[in-house]
Each structure stands twice: as C-alpha cells, then as structure tokens.
Design a protein around this ligand. Structure first.
Ligand SMILES: Nc1ncnc2c1ncn2[C@@H]1O[C@H](COP(=O)(O)OP(=O)(O)OP(=O)(O)O)[C@@H](O)[C@H]1O
Ligand SMILES: [Mg+2]
Length: 507
C-alpha cells in the first residue's frame, strides 16, 4: 500500500516541499530501498528507523518496500526524513491509519529508541508550512525555533510513539505557543560591555564612528593592546535588531544547524570570529548541498577577522565581492543558491611580524623587508574595504591602574542610534542603508563641502599622499562623524578626524 508523507528539504535558507512516498507489499526480494537523490545519511537511515519501529512496538516491513523522496531532482541531505519515513512505513504496512496526515509537514531524526532528535532548518520549515497552509510536526528543539513564525500550528513530539498516537487521534497535543522578541528576550544581557575597556579613548571613538555609519574597521597594534577585547564588545553598541533582522539571522543559523541539539537562539546581533586557518568555503559557505559560511552567519552583526595577516590571501580576496553585494552566491549544477551577508567587517592585525613596530616600550626586531612582506599579505583592494584604519597603541599604564569604569555600552549605543536615525531619514527609500554604503553619486549629493573644508581635504590629499580611492571613504566617514554631532554640514574638524582614520594610506 502506498503512503505519502509531506516533508521539506533545505535549499539555502529556504525550505522546499518534498513528498516522502513509501510503498510496502511489493513483489520481489525482501528489501528496503530509498531512492530520489538521497545522501549517505539518508541511505543509512533505515537502520535507525527499523530500530525505532521495533523499540516502539511496531513491526518492520516483511515485504519489499520502496521509499521515494520526490522530486528526485533535488539533492536531499541529513536525517530529516527518518520520522516521515517511519510514519509512512507504519501506514503503508497497515499498522495504523492517519486520516489527517495530508494536513501536516513532518520532519525529524530518530534515535534507536524512537526518541525524536532536532534537525536543522526548523524556522524555514515553519515559513514553508505557513505558505502551504499546513500544520507542522517537529522535534521539540526544532519546534522551539519554528515557534517564532506566527500563523502556523506547530506540534512538538518527543518520540515516535507520541507522533503515531497524535496523528491517529489517540492523544491530543496543544500547538506550541508563538514566541516573539518581546516575550522572550532580554537583549544585551549576554553581551560584553565597553565599561571594562580602560583608556583607549581614540579607539573607542573610532569604533563608535564605525558602528554609527556601518563602516568596516581595521585595528593595527601591538599584542595586548586590547584589539580583540574591543572587537568582541562591538555588538553591544549596535542598535538592537528588529524582529525581521532577528528572523533573517536566525534562519541562517538554523540552516547551518547551529540551533540543533541545545544550540542557543542568538537574540543579539551575531559576532563571528573564524580562525585564520578557515577555508574559503568555511568563510563564504559551500558543500555539495551549500551551507552558509561565517560571513553569512555574521549577517546583521560583526565578522571579526583576528590576526588578519595570517589569513590566506586568496581567502580574503574571495570576501571582497560578497562584502560589496551583501550576499554570497554559490553555484551548483542544480542551480544558484544565495545567502545574505550584510555584515560589519572588523579586522585586527599587528603592525609587523614581531608585533611591536611603533611601540614605545619595546623595540621592533623586524627588518624593513619583513615588514613589507607582512603588509603585502593583505592586498590594496582588501585594505580598501576598511573605511576606518586605526593604529592602536598599547594601553597606558595609568589607564590600566585606574579603578574607574569606562563609559558603558548602553550610553554609546544611544549616540549610535541617534546617528542611525539621521541616516534613516537620509536614505528613506532603502531599508537599513548606512553612510558606508553610499554610491559615488550619493557621496556627491550628501557630502558636499564648504570652501574651507574642500581646501583642507585637497591639502591633506596632497601632503599625506592619500590615494584617490580613499577620497570617497574620507567623505563618507566624515558624514558619519557629522551625523554623530547632529550636524547637517561636514565641517573641517569632521574631515580632520576622518583623515586620521586612514592609517595605512598615510603610511
Ligand atoms: N584597554 C584595556 N582595558 C582593560 N584590559 C585590557 C585592555 N587592553 C588589553 N587588556 C587586557 O589584555 C588582554 C589581552 O588583550 P587583547 O587580547 O584584546 O589584545 P590584542 O590587542 O588582541 O593582542 P594580540 O595582538 O596579541 O591579539 C585582555 O584580555 C585584557 O585582559
Ligand atoms: Mg587579539
């Protein structure tokens, strides 16, 4: 007898419909075959399913059984289909009849005991179920994240027995309650705070400017200057994510499987800090069934590349286009998959291989050639992605000794939010646009300079031999500095500060 259970596959961060067709009672050898482009995890699933069936008190098929995952043109991965296959087997072998099975989308991994384990993509499945006007049957962990989608009935089942009893009407379950940010979250509670960062006033200011205008930030300084410490605190001064931003970020984390098996939902803006040995695929996303990379996991948050000069040059180069476009496109024979990646890039590096170039307290041991080789690891165009490049000196000893706390993140965030408001009214037509994303035309329009400022910029460009490509960047950052002061016009002090943030250009 043929039984059809509706399920889903993940394509990028979206779910697509998959029909799990199970046919038992076929003539021929006793065999259990799964067809329809399954990966290795699915091919192995029948061992899990048979064990779960037996431990739940159900019989395994005694005749040839075929499972077809349709449409067969979509490559399927993972263990999503254990539960729908088991349900299909039970119905197609006549052990139970589920009258309303067609109303549900079902997914879940089975343990040998019949326990149902979490799967990735629960949020995407809920969005798909809502679109299809279906109910959703999921493992408890996945139901937890799916519950952020309203207008869809989601049922969480702990084990195979409970799922079967529920579908056959022997027990009644209540749908899980809808979750939203207000009911669930204390945003900022888990974030590190700028109050702990002593001294480093110039760096703190540069970070505030960078976050306010969405500018990428590069910090160059000796070991122990606090670069990593400051980077980790950046999410704490960014405006709290809107519900839409939160859902976008969560759908990426969900598709990457970060929320499965007790993984935490990230209510704050994400902070991702991949190690410098991370491959291009790890950063950008990849795999035969593409999964999001670090740059997408940092969507709406911060991608921190610590020890920037240690990353492979080709890996860094591959980030350039996605950073510009705000999305990564991965091509496969089955088509293109896109992952969003609007993120603030923060880099940190030492000024030279030994790390102490320019440090007053310790002598640098590197030769000129060593320094040039070290710097050359990062190409000009890559350096150019950083609107703000900042030398960070070692922390002053007086500042470290001080018992006073520095200004807390909440206060900085209120200024950042005020500057963001000015940008929202400036770029009304484009959602979430920041000064950093201005086109050349917009720079001409919004960053007009008075005579005094124009002369000053011209002089600085000549005397400090600042490259022409830095011109727009200086204006964009100056616009942000003016926004922070609530000033409509870019004034000479704003420009001077902005020029100061081109450390590598000046060098
Ligand atoms: N401004 C600061 N205020 C308080 N503590 C600081 C400060 N700067 C550094 N520290 C202390 O020094 C430690 C090391 O700092 P951090 O790891 O941020 O240095 P770094 O600049 O990233 O160095 P490296 O180049 O070696 O990576 C921090 O964990 C913190 O305890
Ligand atoms: Mg560090």
């Amino acid at each position: 007898m043929l039984s059809i259970v509706q399920s889903c596959a993940l394509r990028g961060i979206d779910a697509v419909d998959i029909a799990v067709e199970v046919n038992s009672g076929e003539r021929g050898d006793l065999k259990f075959v799964i067809v329809g482009l399954p990966d290795a995890a699915i091919k192995e699933s029948y061992d899990r399913i048979f064990s779960a069936l037996l431990n739940g008190g159900y019989a395994i098929p005694r005749t040839r059984t075929t499972v077809n995952l349709a449409p067969s043109c979509i490559r399927k991965e993972g263990s999503f289909y254990d539960l729908p296959i088991a349900i299909g087997v039970i119905q197609s072998t006549g052990q139970c009849f589920f009258e309303n099975l067609g109303d549900f989308i079902v997914a879940g991994e089975l343990g040998l005991s019949g326990k149902i384990r979490g799967i990735k993509g629960g949020l995407a499945f809920a969005i798909q179920a809502k679109k299809e006007r279906k109910k959703l049957l999921l493992p408890p962990e996945s139901a937890d994240e799916a519950a952020f989608v309203d207008g869809v009935e989601i049922f969480a089942v702990e084990n195979l027995g409970e799922a079967i009893k529920f579908l056959s009407g022997q027990i009644v379950l209540q749908p899980v309650a809808h979750r939203n940010l207000q009911s669930d979250v204390k945003i900022g509670k888990n974030l590190l705070d700028f109050a702990e960062v002593k001294g480093q006033m110039a760096l703190r200011r540069a970070v505030e400017v960078a976050v306010s205008g969405g500018h990428n930030l590069l910090m160059i300084g000796p070991p122990g200057a606090g670069k990593s410490m400051v980077a980790k605190r950046i999410p704490s001064i960014m405006a709290a994510p809107t519900f839409d931003e939160f859902l976008e970020t969560m759908s990426i984390h969900s598709a990457a499987g970060l929320l499965m098996s007790g993984g935490k939902v990230c209510f704050e803006r994400p902070f991702r800090s991949p190690h410098h040995s991370t491959s291009g695929a790890g950063l950008l996303g990849g795999g035969s069934i593409p999964a999001p990379g670090e740059i997408s996991l940092a969507h709406n948050g911060v991608l921190f590349l610590d020890e920037l000069a240690e990353f492979r040059r080709t890996t860094l180069e591959s980030l350039r286009q996605p950073l510009e476009d705000g999305e990564v496109t991965i091509s496969r024979s089955s088509g293109k998959i896109k992952f969003p990646c609007s993120t603030m890039l923060v880099g940190a590096m030492n000024p030279c291989p030994c790390g102490y170039l320019g440090d007053e307290r310790r002598r640098c041991k590197c030769s000129q050639a060593d320094i040039l080789r070290y710097r050359a690891k990062i190409s000009g165009p890559m350096v150019d992605r950083f609107d703000i490049q900042m030398y960070v000196p070692a922390v002053a000893i007086e500042a470290m000794r001080s018992k006073n706390m520095s200004e807390a993140s909440a206060e900085i965030r209120s200024r950042v939010e005020a500057a963001s408001k000015m940008q929202i009214s400036r770029f009304q037509s484009v959602k979430n646009k920041r000064n950093a994303a201005m086109s050349h035309g917009e720079v001409m329009k919004f960053c007009e300079l008075g005579k005094e400022s124009a002369d000053l910029l011209e002089m600085a460009m000549k005397q400090l031999s600042i490259s022409a490509r830095a011109y727009d960047k200086i204006l964009k950052v100056a616009r942000t500095i003016a926004d922070l002061e609530g000033e409509g016009e870019i004034l000479p002090p704003h420009l001077l500060e902005s020029i100061h943030y081109r450390a590598l250009d000046r060098a």
